[in-house]
Design a protein around this ligand. Structure first.
Ligand SMILES: Nc1nc2c(c(=O)[nH]1)N[C@H]1C(S)=C(S)[C@@H](COP(=O)(O)O)O[C@H]1N2
Ligand SMILES: [Mo]
Length: 321
């Protein structure tokens, strides 16, 4: 949908029009029409639109918590990244990730399932209405950003494959293409990047597969064409450019556990009370506020205690870090 809003031109000097301004204007426009987020009609983005490289996701359910969180500007979300397949510095992914070919793309779902599947990206985004989810991404390194993701609940994809009763864990495997990913030609991590969740964490309604942000297709540096987002866990759990999802009986080893199991555990829930062995996790720096800005307090489960604490009842979160 294209909305031209005259107020953008008249009230804000054109030099100050950023994607965020336009984005917020559009949000207000929906509000002023009295359209509740949940009632915005869902039409699946067609394969033609997505695959022909039209960079806009036109139809998705807008987030309802729009005013609670101040969004991190698009330019910061897309220029300060962790994506070791393209290098270890924060600016490497934005510079190098364009070499990954994201079309065609499919995800294979295998392991402890009744119906192993290979689904194209196109089939995946039609499994459920596309939804916007505004989540804070908290990196284990001590910075965070607030991102308006667009995606579908991961549960929709997992249900499609019918997990059997042995399925206790879910492993996520990122793409392995050293020819297209310059960082994979060195051994900083055990490639392909892999991550894991317990099945109840994977099926939780907050857990999504994201295909976009700020209403556009994901930029390559943020994990195009499809990445995981688990908002109550440290950012490294959210594997980018996923090609395989495997349901398993045993807890899978992840790339970070293999790299350093005393520093990176399987659960990796955001927890200000459990420090990383080399630094405190009590506070974080919000990207976009400037390096000199005051740090904010890190919240238990990144602010989602009410929604997820029941998953960990009776567990010692110091031991299961
Ligand atoms: N495949 C892959 N996924 C990855 C990473 C990576 O190096 N490779 N880095 C992780 C880390 S440490 C973080 S903090 C987030 C960063 O996501 P963003 O760049 O979209 O902010 O991606 C995670 N997913
Ligand atoms: Mo991270």
């Amino acid at each position: 949908m294209l909305i031209t809003n005259k107020r953008i031109g008249s009230e804000i000097p054109s030099s100050e029009i950023t994607p965020e301004n336009i984005y917020h204007e559009r949000r207000l426009f929906f509000k002023s029409l009295g359209i509740a987020a949940s009632s915005v009609a869902f039409l699946a983005a067609s394969s033609k639109q997505v695959m022909a490289g039209v960079n806009v996701l036109p139809n998705f359910i807008h987030a309802s918590n729009a005013n609670e969180e101040l969004l991190t500007p698009f330019k910061h979300i897309t220029s300060y990244n962790n994506y070791y397949e393209f290098g270890t510095s924060k600016t490497d992914p934005a510079e190098n990730a364009h070499t990954l070919k994201t079309d065609p793309w499919s995800i294979k779902i295998e392991g402890e399932v009744e119906k192993p599947l290979i689904l194209s990206l196109d089939e995946i985004i039609k499994l459920a209405p596309l939804e916007e989810r505004i989540y804070r991404l908290r990196c284990v390194e001590g910075w965070s950003m607030v991102v308006p993701w667009v995606g579908i609940p991961l549960s929709a994809l997992i249900k499609k494959a019918s997990p059997n009763s042995n399925a206790k864990f879910v492993e996520f495997i990122s793409v392995s293409r050293p020819q297209e990913m310059v960082g994979q030609r060195s051994n900083v991590l055990d490639w392909p990047y892999s991550e894991g969740l317990r099945i109840d964490e994977a099926m939780h309604p907050l857990t999504i597969l994201a295909v976009g942000l700020y209403g556009k297709l994901l930029p390559n540096q943020n994990g195009a064409p499809v990445r995981l987002v688990v908002p109550w866990k440290y950012g490294f759990k959210s594997a980018k450019a996923i090609v395989k999802i495997k349901l398993t009986e045993k807890m899978p080893a992840t790339s970070w556990m293999k790299a350093n199991s005393s520093e990176y555990g399987f659960y990796s829930n955001v927890n200000p009370e459990v420090d990383h062995p080399r630094w405190s996790q009590a506070t974080e720096r919000a990207i976009g506020d400037g390096f000199l800005s005051k740090r904010r307090k890190t919240e238990m489960f990144n602010g989602y205690t009410k929604e997820v604490e029941s998953l960990y009842r009776g567990m010692d979160l110091r031991r299961y870090f």
